[in-house]
Design a protein around this ligand. Structure first.
Ligand code: SF4
Length: 105
């Protein structure tokens, strides 16, 4: 979510901007979106480690706002070679058997 002053946070619930990634007026949004901090936080969420997915997530009791489809999470992890996180994610969501790009007929 991009606030009027350009600050970018990971979540629409984060009114206090605790999960701020940077400022879109200073850094391209794509760079913030694809940067190492957000990647690390995504992996933490996929592994169920919300305490490591941004300071605001630690306090959150929702943990489902804007949830990505499970298949998209699996594809993201596989595409970034996050094998351990993918295994963890699949164990928590067993209906995800394989990432979409590996689907067979
Ligand atoms: S855990 Fe809560 S604060 Fe963090 S991204 Fe999910 S919904 Fe937002």
């Amino acid at each position: 979510m991009v606030h009027v002053d350009g600050r970018v946070t990971t979540c629409c619930l984060d009114e206090g901007l605790e999960n701020t990634l940077g400022n879109a007026r200073e850094t391209p949004l794509a760079e913030l979106w694809n940067g190492p901090t957000l990647h690390r936080w995504r992996v933490a969420q996929a592994e169920g480690r919300f305490e490591d997915s941004g300071p605001y997530c630690t306090l959150c009791n929702w943990r489902g706002a804007g949830t990505m489809p499970s298949e998209a999470v699996a594809e993201y992890l596989a595409g970034n070679n996050e094998r351990s996180a993918l295994t963890s994610f699949r164990s928590r969501f067993p209906h995800v058997t394989r990432p979409p790009h590996r689907k067979t007929r």
